[in-house]
Design a binder for this molecule. Structure first.
Ligand SMILES: [Zn+2]
Length: 240
């Protein structure tokens, strides 16, 4: 084994170790997401309840406003009909105005009752909203310490990831671009292992398929870019 093949082998394997470590650290960073969700869950459920009640109150207020306007309009009609009643000249005309007035009064009466009922509902939903908002404030206060602790821990792991990445880039910078390119494409394809040293008896160090003799010799002597025909990893000179 020449010095050169050993260096390439060691550098690629070191890079791979670091990349595996970085992957593990990134998995840890991601695992904070579900943990944060779980901690925030009680407050989030209450937030949904508050939002639903707010929507309900808003809808009821719109409906109440619509009915109040309709009632107001009927009140004006009622007044006009009552004025007309004072000016009728025939019994028949009076009967017609009375009939219309009766209809308007009944409709107005119904709308006024509905407005009263809506105001009553709005009052009850607003009380519920107050209770839900108080519970939400309380829940937010109680989840805050756990949430902050998780965020602080995640930040620690994030800075660890950044430190590893910087170290990794230094190692990568020392590897011949041809090797680095193939290695990185293999890693990007989602493999856990992109490079493996050949075993002493000439097999791929990842899948243990035997490597043709001619290639074995090349790997040991000149360190060409050899990839295992069976599993595709870069096979480097034996590590021992
Ligand atoms: Zn293989």
């Amino acid at each position: 084994m020449t010095v050169e093949t050993g260096q390439v082998s060691r550098a690629l394997l070191e890079l791979q170790n670091m990349d595996q470590e970085i992957r593990a650290v990134r998995d840890r960073i991601e695992s904070f997401g579900p943990q944060l969700d779980a901690v925030e869950e009680p407050a989030r459920l209450l937030e949904e309840e508050v939002a639903a009640t707010e929507t309900k109150v808003r809808d009821l207020r719109l409906e109440e406003r619509r009915l109040s306007l309709a009632a107001e309009e009927k009140r004006l009609r009622q007044n006009r009909l009552e004025d007309r009643l004072n000016m009728v000249r025939t019994v028949r005309e009076e009967a017609a105005v009375q009939a219309e007035l009766g209809l308007v009064r009944r409709a107005l009466d119904q709308e006024e009752q509905e407005v009263v009922s809506l105001l009553d509902q709005i009052g009850r939903f607003e009380e519920r909203l107050d209770r839900q908002r108080a519970a939400l404030d309380e829940a937010r206060e109680s989840v805050a310490p756990g949430r902050e602790e998780l965020i602080a821990r995640r930040e620690q792991v994030q800075s660890e990831a950044a430190r590893l990445k910087a170290q990794r880039d230094v190692v990568a910078g020392e590897i011949e671009p041809g090797y680095l390119h193939v290695y990185e494409n293999l890693m990007l394809s989602g493999r856990k292992v992109a490079v493996a040293p050949m075993t002493d008896d000439g097999a791929c160090g990842s899948c243990f398929s035997l490597i043709p003799l001619q290639l074995q010799n090349e790997i040991r002597s000149t360190a060409p870019l050899v990839r295992c025909e069976a599993c595709g990893v870069i096979v480097t000179a034996p590590s021992s």
